[in-house]
Design a protein around this ligand. Structure first.
Ligand SMILES: NC(=O)c1ccc[n+]([C@@H]2O[C@H](COP(=O)([O-])OP(=O)(O)OC[C@H]3O[C@@H](n4cnc5c(N)ncnc54)[C@H](O)[C@@H]3O)[C@@H](O)[C@H]2O)c1
Ligand SMILES: [Zn+2]
Ligand SMILES: [Zn+2]
Length: 382
């Protein structure tokens, strides 16, 4: 089969790779119809992870079931399914609690928790930017989609990661109706956090970034765009909140956060959040941070993933913080209902739909955050 392979920093290619197949009786085999490029792929693409060359990328997957293993009861051939990027078992002590991002069964390393398709440090599983995908524990991992999803794949595919991840960020931040929320990052994840906060009836949603095309998408759903290349985002949030700071904050950028001039500072968004969230406010962090980053320009982060965090001010303000990968399965069914009932349309951020053969160009433009490249969706079958 064809798959999109990581060849090394800023180099990917479509190649013939080993066919995905049923390996265990609990597996499901999916013919991928739609699969996205994610900001998480870009950390790997840029060579800023320990991703092995030769591996197939892609963790935002949906498609049609073409074969099921002998121990699969619920999922049927012909079902259209969306796959959480987390590969989880459904029965370990973390999965039992809904913490499927921290499954104890699917990682190969017993000291690890959590696994994902085509992801650095998250197990050997092949990604779905390919013609076919092996889905372990298929009964548990497949979200079977309603029939209308065939015509609305760009909405439903967002249930694999970024819509639940944006939602998770607002859960970690504890967003409640009538509150003010500041979100750092207007990439796909930040925009989904803005959508989620809006769906939760936040009174005011502010989104910080410096790319006009991305900020315009935030404005399209009623959020306030904060351009940090024009003035301090902290001052702008204070102006919007009577000098108090936002009730809740969301970090949707991660360890490659940079200033508008392009210089990387892994502590920038976290410290800006401490400053622009109110006393006793809560912060959710879904932007990725990693334990070691040999490519970091910051000596602290480079060595052991440490950052100069403004802990004194964070403590003084009585703030709290929640972090980590999103437990997609905890939310995907409910968010699917919101799409089906017309209350959420996450495809509004999609800028490009490309065949798999054009994935390398998709990576290049999305990585440069080129104007108008806000979310790239691939269709391997086309
Ligand atoms: N926790 C999870 O489960 C999960 C899931 C998906 C993605 N992620 C992570 O979320 C992050 C965002 O993903 P994405 O797809 O939106 O990526 P993206 O790279 O397209 O978007 C990041 C945005 O942040 C902006 N930005 C950079 N520095 C900034 C700063 N100092 N202040 C404000 N904005 C700044 C960039 O201009 C860009 O628009 C990535 O780290 C990704 O790996 C986490
Ligand atoms: Zn993703
Ligand atoms: Zn588990």
């Amino acid at each position: 089969m064809k798959g999109l392979v990581y060849d090394g920093p800023r180099s990917v290619s479509v190649q013939n790779v080993p066919d995905a197949r049923i390996e265990r009786p609990t597996d499901v085999l999916v013919k991928i119809t739609t699969t996205n490029i994610c900001g998480s792929d870009l950390h790997m693409y840029e060579g800023r992870t320990d991703m092995e060359t030769g591996r197939v990328l892609g963790h935002e997957n949906m498609g049609e079931v073409i074969e099921v293993g002998g121990a699969v009861d619920r999922v049927r051939v012909g079902d259209l399914v969306c796959l959480p990027f987390n590969i989880s078992c459904g029965f370990c002590r973390n999965c039992e609690k809904g913490l499927t991002a921290y499954c104890l069964t699917t990682p190969v390393d017993p000291k690890m928790a959590g696994a994902a398709y085509g992801f650095a440090g998250m197990g050997p599983y092949a990604g779905g930017q390919a013609e076919f995908l092996r889905v372990p524990y298929g009964d548990s991992n497949c979200l079977v989609l309603p029939e209308e999803a065939r015509e609305k794949q760009t909405d439903y595919v967002m249930l694999s990661d970024i819509f639940p991840t944006g939602w998770h960020c607002t859960e970690l931040a504890g967003v409640r109706p009538g509150e003010t929320v500041v979100i750092y990052g207007a990439g796909p994840v930040g925009l989904m956090a803005a959508l989620s906060a809006t769906l939760k009836s936040a009174a005011k949603v502010m989104v910080v970034d410096r790319h006009p095309d991305r900020l315009a998408l935030a404005e399209q759903i009623g959020a306030i765009a904060i351009d940090d290349s024009k003035a301090s985002p902290i001052d702008q949030v204070n102006e919007q909140t009577n000098g108090l700071g936002a009730d809740r904050g969301c970090e949707c950028v991660g360890y490659q956060a940079h200033d508008p001039q392009g210089h990387e500072h892994p502590n920038l968004t976290l410290n800006n959040l401490v400053q622009s969230v109110k006393f006793t406010g809560t912060i959710g962090v879904v932007g990725v941070f990693i334990p070691q980053d040999p490519g970091s320009p910051d000596p602290l982060y480079k060595k052991d993933g440490e950052i100069a965090f403004d802990y004194g001010m964070y403590w003084f303000k009585g703030q709290s913080m929640g972090t980590g990968q999103a437990n997609v399965k905890a939310y995907n069914r409910q968010l699917c209902n919101l799409i089906q009932l017309g209350k959420a349309k996450p495809s509004w951020i999609v800028s490009h739909e490309l065949p798999l053969s054009q994935a390398p160009q998709g990576y290049e433009h999305f990585d440069k955050r080129d104007d108008g490249w806000t979310k790239v969706v691939l269709h391997p079958g086309s």
